[in-house]
Structure formats: structure tokens, C-alpha cells
Design a protein around this ligand. Structure first.
Ligand SMILES: [Zn+2]
Ligand SMILES: [Zn+2]
Ligand SMILES: [Zn+2]
Length: 242
């Protein structure tokens, strides 16, 4: 947090250095990213991301979409980039990045999005993605369940305040629950640590990973106080599903 001198902001632990929330998913067939926040370019450089076959959005808050224009290196003259988003999020992307969506002719070097409106489950690289609409203050965000051959691999719920029963049931016993846990204190649009733990208790995942964490939570101290099987995610963390 700029202008903050707290213990987490001053920490020497690299896991306390957090960029905006996003995940990169790679299968033998395809690779895609969920959200392109303002740190997207730096994250691609850090992780040496060469391959990107699609982009999927959770919602249109600036911390999740403002890196859109840095998708340029992943577009070529021959290839449009499939962009998946809800109708509401797509409308915001088209408004904010109109120059890319409405270019009358393809401009060399520009992002060339190919919009795919999400209105139900879809498939990318052999993985089935099921959108999970969740309340996030006044906004609705899409969480996603990732499934492969009937296995519930992971559920990614990055920004939410509530997880309704129907979603809990849909993602029950998922292998990895990646869930919003902003801080200990209550927040109007994000789950707190205790609220996220309450959701995890009902979902019963094999492992829970906290994400979208703010500077009020120190990595090591917070993780030490969490129940067994619940972990703090950190930048560069890799989860493998075999
Ligand atoms: Zn701080
Ligand atoms: Zn948000
Ligand atoms: Zn966010």
C-alpha cells in the first residue's frame, strides 16, 4: 500500500509483496488467464508467460481489468484473442477499451479481442468452467469452478461478500478452494478471514487457499493461526493437478 509503513508493507518476506489478484491456468492444450489487473504486464514478465490462448474476466473493477491493453503481445495479425466475460463485464470492457473493440480495421499491434459472452458453462483446453455469480457489494462477480473429467479441481472466488447455498453445493468437496479473505476486520464487499473460514467449513475442500489479501494480514503469522489445510496464497504460487 503506497504511503503505508506497516509491518507487512515493510516486510522482507517476498510472500508479503502482493500484486493484484489473478490466476494463470495451463493445460497441455491451452493456457488462459483469469483477469488482467494493473499488474498484469509485470506478472507476465515475472512468470515468463509466453502462451495465452484466452482471457476470462470475473468482473470489471479496475484491479481486475486495467491491464487489458497489455494483452497486445499475445495478439497477432492472424489471431484474435478470445475474451470471456458476463454481459455486464463485457459492456464495461467495450466502453473502457473501445479503441480495441471498435477499431474499424485491425490496427497492427493493438489488442484484437474476440468477445464471448458467458451465459453458462464453457470449455477451455479440456477444462469445463462453470460461472458462479456472487454478490460483491453492489456488483456481481463471476467465480469459476474448474472441472476435468468430472473431477472438481478448483473453485476461484476472488471477490465476494456472500456465497449462497447453491454455489456451496455446486463446489462441495472441490480439490482446491481459492477464496477471498481480505482481512480480519469486516468489509462491506469482501469476505473477512472468519467469513471465508465459515464458507470453507461448508464446502469441505481438500485444501483452502486465501487470496485477495490486504496488507493487514502478514503471511507467516496469519497462516500459523489458520486451521490445518487452510493456507495463504502468494504471488507466484503454483498448484498442480495430476
Ligand atoms: Zn501497510
Ligand atoms: Zn472487485
Ligand atoms: Zn478485486
Amino acid at each position: 500500500m503506497p504511503r503505508c509503513g506497516c509491518a507487512v508493507c515493510m516486510s522482507a518476506d517476498p510472500r508479503d509483496k502482493r500484486t493484484r489478484s489473478s490466476i494463470y491456468v495451463s493445460t497441455p492444450e491451452q493456457a488462459w488467464v483469469i483477469d488482467t489487473g494493473p499488474d498484469f504486464r509485470a506478472q507476465c514478465l515475472r512468470e515468463r508467460i509466453d502462451r495465452l490462448d484466452a482471457v476470462v474476466y470475473t468482473h470489471s473493477h479496475t484491479d481486475h481489468m486495467m491491464g487489458f491493453d497489455d494483452l497486445r503481445p499475445y495478439c497477432t495479425a492472424e489471431r484474435d484473442l478470445p475474451v470471456y466475460a458476463s454481459a455486464e463485464t463485457m459492456a464495461d470492457l467495450k466502453r473502457v477499451f473501445a479503441f480495441a473493440f471498435t477499431a474499424p480495421v485491425a490496427i497492427p499491434g493493438y489488442v484484437k479481442p474476440h468477445p464471448h459472452m458467458i451465459d453458462g458453462p464453457f470449455e477451455l483446453g479440456g477444462i469445463r468452467l462453470t460461472p458462479l455469480p456472487l454478490k460483491h457489494g453492489r456488483a456481481i462477480m463471476n467465480g469459476y469452478l474448474f472441472e476435468y473429467e468430472g473431477r472438481k479441481l478448483a473453485a476461484y472466488l476472488s471477490d465476494c461478500k456472500e456465497v449462497p447455498d447453491a454455489v456451496i453445493e455446486r463446489i462441495a468437496e472441490v480439490e482446491a478452494l481459492i477464496i477471498d479473505a481480505l482481512r480480519y476486520r469486516d468489509h462491506p464487499t469482501h469476505l473477512s478471514v472468519s467469513e471465508a473460514l465459515a464458507v470453507a467449513e461448508r464446502v469441505k475442500p481438500a485444501a483452502t487457499w486465501f487470496t485477495h489479501i490486504c496488507h493487514e494480514l502478514a503471511h507467516t503469522e496469519t497462516e500459523a493461526a489458520l486451521p490445518v489445510g487452510t493456507r495463504m496464497a502468494y504471488d507466484g504460487l503454483k498448484l498442480e493437478f495430476r
